[in-house]
Design a protein around this ligand. Structure first.
Ligand code: ATP
Ligand code: MG
Length: 178
């Protein structure tokens, strides 16, 4: 067993099931060209980025996240975009989805109440698909996808020689009757 780390690089995210990750990764590979496609198993949507966090706080994070009440929702990944300043290609909803922004607001409020620090830049829904990209010119056309969101996750970011690896530590389900 690995020794418990004193701190972890953590974030909360929506984690697609592997079928959706596979569909996203297939487009990503075609769009990437010589740039850096996200690996299938790493594809996600960040809700709140905590960064380096004392491992002793993980239990508190779990409590915060369990207290967030939300109903399952469908998230439409309508479009792709390119952010020149970050050199990344992403996909996301055409308009911010109310159910998603409400989930993010509730999660961030729970973290605020518990005194947990996270990057508080305003939330902009996006799934990063390609890094170090120079644009969308070579990308295939985009077919909108529907994401059935039934939970969110606490994720650990682990550097490795093959690049960063993300590990889902805990999942927090939506409430069916909400
Ligand atoms: P690396 O930083 O090693 O190149 P990475 O960016 O994929 O790899 P992390 O930096 O651990 O991995 O980031 C994990 C997730 O959190 C990614 O979705 C990343 O875009 C997002 N993220 C990272 N830093 C921030 C930040 N300061 N604010 C908001 N989200 C962030
Ligand atoms: Mg990073």
């Amino acid at each position: 067993m690995e020794p418990a780390a004193a701190s972890e690089r953590l974030f909360f995210a929506l984690w697609p099931d592997s079928a959706l990750q596979g569909r996203l990764a297939a487009w990503t590979k075609l769009a990437a060209g010589n740039a850096r496609p996200m690996r299938r198993e790493n594809i996600h949507l960040t809700l709140a980025f905590l960064g380096t966090t004392d491992a002793a706080l993980i239990a508190v994070l779990g409590e915060c996240a369990h207290a967030v009440r939300f109903a399952p929702f469908a998230l439409r990944l309508d479009r792709v975009g390119y952010w020149k300043h970050k050199r990344l290609i992403w996909c996301g909803p055409e308009d911010e989805a109310q159910a998603l922004t409400a989930l993010v607001a509730a999660l961030r409020a729970a973290l605020d109440n518990a005194g947990i620090r996270y990057d508080s830049k305003p939330f902009v829904s996006h799934v990063t698909l390609v890094r170090k990209a120079s644009g969308l010119a070579a990308a295939p056309s985009w077919v909108p996808l529907a994401w059935d969101v039934r939970d969110f996750a606490l994720v650990r970011s682990v550097p490795s020689e093959a690049g960063v690896r993300y590990e889902v530590m805990q999942r927090f389900p939506a409430l069916a009757a909400f």
